[in-house]
Design a protein around this ligand. Structure first.
Ligand code: DAH
Length: 338
């Protein structure tokens, strides 16, 4: 039996094959379930007592030899493969495909940056909202006609639950949980039951802004919007048009003077040079009271910006649907933009 062991040792030492199949066969031959080593271990009990120790030691040496051999052969195999890959050193490098950020994410983070530099924090709320936060607390009682301005997706089994139609709902949630001074912006996705076209979509994004403190006035609002338009568009000619929102009084819509330099400018501004970019106003005292904020003591302003609209202006995109199709040819154009 000891002779067999010597024979196996020699065979293992002499084994030189490097093909993966031959190495695997070698492994099975020695280490497999019905392999040589298992067979020898099974014979252990037949060995006379005085030889057991010696036999056991030899078996372990043999096993060790097989394992080391396998390891050596495998690493040689890897080296052989690597050598093959780097054979042609003159070959041009493989192109590296880097990803790009979605234009909506790019614009959202630009807006967040601009407002966080002047002390606004970021807040978020749920996309599945209740009637109170989306409407009632914002001064839109049950049969308020302005509810029709925002075609709403309701959850069928419960008319109290809906997909939020604007990020103004986050204002309410934030005021319910925090006391003034409040300075927050709330970016997020919103939903409206609208026909999809190049100008409107049933899903889009907004950033809501809210500032509540002692003695906040309309002129503070004007200043902040001016700061924002300068920072984002590099344009400082803006105008406030009187408007109506149930949650603000007075309310306004803000236009910036885009200019009329190119044909595209004429098209997007309908020949006027002016473009609407957001809604805003002084938070209605009713809204403050609904959120348990003393409207005698505090006042504030709010604004809502449509992110798709801003992205379409900044990157001259003429179809809102492009944002949601995830066509790689569209998205790749934003490579390297942050
Ligand atoms: N929530 C409005 C909308 O979706 C936008 C808006 C207008 C938000 C005026 C405001 C605001 O906070 O003050 O159309």
């Amino acid at each position: 039996m000891f002779d067999d062991l010597d024979k196996y040792q020699e065979e293992i030492r002499a084994f030189k094959e490097t093909s993966p199949e031959k190495i695997e066969n070698f492994r099975i031959k020695y280490l497999g379930k019905k392999g040589i080593l298992n067979d020898l271990f099974a014979k252990f009990k037949l060995v006379p007592v005085n030889e057991k120790k010696q036999f056991g030691r030899s078996l372990n040496i043999l096993k060790d030899l097989v394992l080391k051999k396998l390891e050596a052969l495998k690493s040689k195999n890897i080296q052989v493969k690597q050598a093959k890959i780097s054979e042609d050193l003159s070959r041009t490098a493989y192109p590296i495909h880097s990803g790009s950020r979605h234009p909506i994410s790019i614009v959202t983070s630009k807006i967040i940056d601009i407002f966080s530099q002047i002390g606004f924090n970021i807040s978020e709320g749920p996309e599945i909202e209740d009637d109170w936060h989306n409407f009632t607390a914002l001064n839109l009682e049950e049969n308020h006609p302005a509810r029709d301005m925002q075609d709403t997706f309701f959850i069928q089994s419960n008319p109290d639950i809906l997909l939020r139609t604007h990020t103004s709902s986050v204002q309410v949630r934030y005021m319910e949980k925090n006391t003034p001074p409040i300075r927050t912006i709330s970016p997020g996705r919103v939903y409206r039951n609208e026909a999809i076209s190049s100008r409107s979509h049933c899903i889009f994004h907004q950033v809501e802004g809210l500032y509540i403190d002692n003695q906040v006035s309309f002129s503070s609002l004007k200043q902040i919007i001016l700061y924002f338009t300068k920072a984002l568009f590099g344009k400082s000619k803006i105008r406030f048009r009187p408007s109506y929102f149930p949650f603000t009084e007075p309310s306004a819509e803000v236009d910036i003077f885009w200019g009329l330099e190119s044909e595209a400018d004429y098209r997007i501004t309908k020949g006027t040079g002016w473009l609407e970019i957001m809604g805003c106003g002084m938070v209605d005292p009713n809204v403050l009271s609904n959120c348990k904020i003393d409207s005698e003591k505090f006042s504030g302003y709010a604004f809502g910006i449509g992110i798709e609209r801003i992205a379409m202006l900044l990157y001259q995109i003429d179809d809102i649907r492009l944002f949601f199709e995830n066509d790689i040819r569209f998205l790749e154009q934003f490579k390297g933009k942050f």
